[in-house]
Ligand binder design. Structure first.
Ligand code: SF4
Length: 227
């Protein structure tokens, strides 16, 4: 089976299990800030922090004018509030300096590669954050790799065991058919949260068992069947 047919088959199974993900088109600066807030924490903590920031300041211009400490207090639920508030102000300032306003609209006409290099030139923005903005705000075919995607695709055998999370972005972006990137990304995250969990993957009830290259899968399946 070629990688492409394997990925298409996985996507079909994930679609059956978790449904077709709803289309999403977040304004790009919102997506950028939201993803910075999500660094090293879960959506449960970062999403309320994002909405608290929007509610308190109303615009990114006002966030940029606010004292860092007020931002840190507002986003405290996301954790690492001092680092994240400085990072948010830093990227907003850089965007304003390079674009004349706080807007990322010009990324729409850039290639995915140019968009990635521009976003990664912003201090504190790594490949995952950059890829989230391009995928979720512009629909560009770039694969963001979070811990779930990194773990699950490695276990399945789509990426080499010794690859770094940074390297996995390029490999998966090249490997996953462009028309599937959005749903594959969200489907694998659902699978990582519900079945292929970091400790204790539920291999015994996993729909991808037959296609998975994880050496310990039969052991985990036995454990699950014995419960
Ligand atoms: S068989 Fe196990 S390791 Fe492989 S994808 Fe399923 S849960 Fe993950």
């Amino acid at each position: 089976m070629t990688n492409e047919s394997k990925i298409r088959k996985i996507a079909k199974l994930l679609r059956k299990a978790y449904g077709v993900p709803k289309p999403r088109k977040t304004p790009p600066v919102d997506e950028l800030v939201r993803t910075i807030l999500s660094q090293n924490t879960s959506d449960r903590n970062s999403v309320p922090a994002f909405w608290a920031l929007k509610k308190r300041f109303g615009s990114w211009e006002r966030v940029l004018e606010a004292p860092t400490v007020s931002i840190a207090v507002t986003i405290k639920h996301a954790g690492l509030a001092n680092i994240k508030s400085a990072r948010i102000i830093g990227v907003l300032r850089q965007i304003k300096e390079t674009n004349g306003k706080i807007s990322l609209a010009r990324l729409k006409d850039m290639s995915a590669e140019d968009g990635l290099s521009y976003l990664k030139s912003l201090k504190g923005v790594g490949p995952k954050t950059a890829a989230c903005v391009l995928l979720f705000s512009f629909g560009k075919p770039v694969m963001p790799v979070d811990t779930h995607i990194f773990r699950v695709t490695k276990r399945i055998g789509l990426i080499p065991k010794d690859v770094t999370i940074e390297g996995a972005h390029d490999i998966l972006t090249g490997l996953v058919p462009k028309d599937l990137i959005y749903e594959f990304h969200l489907g694998i995250i659902s699978h990582g949260r519900e079945t292929c969990r970091a400790p204790g993957p539920k291999c015994g009830s996993c729909l991808l068992y037959g296609m998975c290259g994880f050496k310990m899968k039969s052991l985990y399946r036995k454990k699950e069947l014995c419960r």
